[in-house]
Design a protein around this ligand. Structure first.
Ligand code: SF4
Length: 194
């Protein structure tokens, strides 16, 4: 078992933050093997693909995962108000959270640590599969008979909100389809001070 996920699940109040992509399913599976009732936080921006919402609900039912939909409030700055503010509010009651971030998914994530203390949230962020390849993720899913988000079959490689996500072309990095044509590469949740 992954050492980082063991440490995270040994904390008094851990959570998993997931958008139910392949990496998220891996870390949820790892976490719930140790702590079956760990809260799994899903930020429902109101712009999620219907496929994502159905996939999330299907997995939560099938595996009896404790998925908590985080409600968001509308605001003038999409992403900041619909994601970062909602996340900051939701995470207050936890002392640690786990993500499925991977270094090789994008240049913006190449320095992702396995663990990092976040001063701005006052909690521990754990990225237990930061050093995994995409192949490692697919192998884990296959070995554990875990399903994949249905939009991967349609050329999507990283899946966020529907208005800001497109499929990728051969040779592009996995997150190239996010906010295509814009300068930003992250929503803000993973750009916090460490
Ligand atoms: S990804 Fe797009 S739709 Fe979703 S919160 Fe950010 S700006 Fe809004």
């Amino acid at each position: 078992m992954n050492a980082a996920i063991r440490i995270a699940m040994g904390m008094p109040k851990p959570a998993v933050l997931s958008s139910f992509q392949a990496e998220g399913v891996v870390v949820i599976h790892m976490a719930t093997m140790i702590r079956p009732d760990v809260p799994i936080l899903f930020i429902d921006t109101g712009y999620s693909f219907k496929e994502t919402l159905l996939f999330k609900d299907k997995l939560a039912f099938k595996y009896d995962w404790n998925v908590i939909d985080i409600p968001v409030e509308d605001g003038p700055v999409c992403c900041r108000d619909r994601k970062v503010v909602a996340f900051k509010e939701a995470i207050k009651e936890y002392d640690c959270y786990v993500t499925g971030l991977r270094r090789t998914s994008s240049p913006s994530r190449e320095h992702t640590p396995i663990m990092q203390w976040q001063n701005d949230y006052t909690l521990l962020k754990v990225n237990p599969i930061a050093d995994w390849s995409k192949e490692d993720v697919l192998k884990y899913l296959s070995l554990n008979d875990l399903p994949q988000h249905p939009l991967y079959e349609q050329g999507y490689a990283s899946i966020g909100c529907e208005p800001c996500t497109t499929p990728i072309k051969p040779g592009e990095d996995e997150r190239a389809g996010r906010w295509r044509g814009e300068a930003r590469v992250e929503c803000g949740i993973h750009e916090t001070e460490s």
